[in-house]
Write a protein of this length. Sequence first.
Length: 278
Amino acid sequence: MELIEQHASSGGWQNVYRHYSQSLNCEMNFGVYLPPKAVTEKLPVLYWLSGLTCTEQNFITKSGMQHYAARHNVIVVVPDTSPRGNNVPDADSYDLGQGAGFYLNATEQPWYVHYRMYDYILRELPDVVMNHFPATARKSISGHSMGGLGALVLALRNPGEYVSVSAFSPIVSPSQVPWGQQAFSAYLGENRKTWEAYDPVSLILQGEKLPEIFIDQGLSDAFYEEQLRTKILERVCNEMNLNASFRYHTGYDHSYYFISSFIGEHIAYHANRLRLSA
């Protein structure tokens, strides 16, 4: 593992590392914010999953999260959104291929050799974090858009793995919207039954549960009606008696202006639950 960036931030360090991923069969970058307190003690971890077209850079440079992570003594780990490299399959559109891994394990050619982001986020990256950083085993997960989808799926399919989960503007039912249908057809094939394992609405309807879910959605989001469909998840959570908090914000769009406005509340939310689980 190689340190490729280091920046002082809010009394701690925003670092970026590169390592070879066995899950993805390529080199990967990931960001780690280490609060000041990480010098003297082990801290819990918040994993952040970014959205379409993003790398590890978007969240660490645009969200302002370091201030809140330092205040609440939480390490923040930010992976890339897909495998990368000249030998990694790609597509011409922004919403498929590199930058659009959808946090799943692909089963179809040519994607299946590299596109195994689900395994990478669930197992490989946490092992790297535990082995190289002052982290406790307690962790939470959050994300934006495609990353919000990934956070929900990982938490729903792995009860007890994450202390808490939240999302900004998540794709809540990818099987029902163009982004998800295109990606799932390519990565998983045309058998829609296989799609259900990566669809939060389907997982909840099948009986998967979480202690609680926390969602923020902007009402001026250009993707809200066609791609995100947040109200579907809210309705299903109510039907299945799942404790979920949905907040809708007038005037806010899909951008980091939205994320940076409320990321402090999300970090405080996770920090509180991570403390209670200690």
